[in-house]
Design a protein around this ligand. Structure first.
Ligand SMILES: *[C@@H]1O[C@H](CO)[C@@H](O)[C@H](O)[C@H]1NC(C)=O
Ligand SMILES: *[C@@H]1O[C@H](CO)[C@@H](O)[C@H](O)[C@H]1NC(C)=O
Length: 354
């Protein structure tokens, strides 16, 4: 067919996907050498993914390149009743989901007030856990956070690398759980403000989320207000060090200052577990637009991206390989977020579970 210049473009658009499909089929066949499985013969929907073509072998076959993160929902609708007043409602701000996705993982919501056996079945489908911000510090929510956390420590103890990111409320809850002291927290004036991160003197950041930060960005963390704070509670470095359990479990990486220059611990990493806790919000810079104090500079966005990359790089080390179908059935893609950002405050989008 003679191709005029105006026709060439659409023709390419048509052919490229077909050629790509063909290439995929061929390389798949090549890798499988003699047997070519029809889609209907593949009992595991994820089986293709683990078979890299002969030309592009898996960089490290021991890693999981399809990690899934469980995010625990928090009581309420995340919008002070503007979206739902159902007493059993719980929510996940979509920024946490996007944060995880931006690191190269998918999300399964763990709905905190679901029957416990369902919740813990879902825990077996993921490769890491994210505890979000919020306010709930007692009742069923606290108990579930603690039960999941203990289960995760057990998993790590038996050699299943299973990372945790605990953000804001998550930081506070892990401080309470690890210290076994529900009154361990102090009050701070850290609401709705951007801050710096001050690194502990001579701290070794190897094996922490800061390890792969570009040096110049790492430096700016302590001079520029690149992280978002929104909390009324926290813990001072002195108090954390004074508590034997906390001091044994967590290494303090950074501190920050509240409105009245009161110093609180802002980032910790467990000594013996892939557990990082943040008294700041790595997810907000790139994905929340309500509160005006959230930094959106290029550097601030890079902080979000670096933090997401480290989390998912840890999740790829998980040896958990759940049945693909069960994963698909439980992914956050089975739910739709609700836009609530027009109020100009709070979260932009939330997933609500009732
Ligand atoms: C929830 O309750 C408040 C207070 O009564 C009310 O203003 C609001 O409209 C309710 N929200 C919904 C989604 O019905
Ligand atoms: C949650 O509450 C709503 C009404 O507020 C009800 O329709 C729904 O069935 C409840 N769900 C569960 C799981 O109890």
């Amino acid at each position: 067919m003679p191709s005029s210049p105006t026709r060439r473009k659409p023709r390419n658009c048509l052919w490229i996907p077909i050629l790509l499909c063909l290439f995929n089929e061929l390389s798949f066949a090549e890798a499988e050498s003699s047997t070519i499985l029809l889609p209907s013969q593949q009992n595991n929907a994820d089986s293709v993914s683990t078979t890299f073509s002969a030309h592009c072998p898996a960089p490290d076959p021991s890693l999981n390149y399809r990690p899934v993160i469980g995010i625990l929902s928090h009581p309420g609708d995340g919008a002070s009743g503007r979206l739902s007043n159902a007493t059993n409602a719980s929510y996940i701000a979509a920024s946490y989901v996007k944060f995880v996705e931006s690191g190269g993982a998918r999300v399964i919501p763990l709905i905190f007030n679901e029957p416990e056996e369902i919740l813990f079945e879902k825990l077996e489908l993921v490769n890491g856990i994210l505890y979000t911000g919020g306010w709930a510090k007692n009742g069923l929510y606290y108990d579930i956070v603690e039960k999941i956390f203990k289960k995760i420590l057990e998993k790590n103890d038996v050699g299943d690398h299973f990372p945790v990111y605990a953000i804001c409320l998550g930081f506070e809850l892990l401080s309470m759980i690890v210290s076994e002291d529900r009154n361990i927290l102090e009050t701070f004036d850290g609401a709705n403000q951007a801050s710096t991160l001050q690194f502990v003197k001579n701290i070794n950041i190897e094996g922490t989320l800061f390890q792969r930060f570009p040096p110049e960005l790492l430096k700016k963390l302590s001079t520029d207000c690149l992280v978002m704070q929104n909390h009324h509670y926290g813990i001072s470095p002195e108090r954390m060090q004074a508590n034997q359990e906390l001091a044994k479990f967590f290494k303090i990486l950074t501190t920050s200052m509240d409105e009245y220059n009161k110093v609180y611990v802002s980032t910790v990493q467990a000594y013996n577990y892939p557990v990082t806790a943040f008294q700041w919000h790595p997810e907000k810079n790139a994905f929340e637009w309500g509160p005006k104090a959230i930094p959106h500079t290029e550097d601030a966005i890079r902080v979000t991206q670096q933090a997401a990359n480290f989390f998912i790089s840890e999740a790829r080390k998980s040896s958990n390989r759940p049945p693909a179908r069960k994963v698909l059935d439980n992914l956050i893609y089975n739910y739709s977020p609700t836009y609530c950002g027009k109020a100009g405050k709070g979260y932009d989008e939330v997933y609500i579970f009732t």
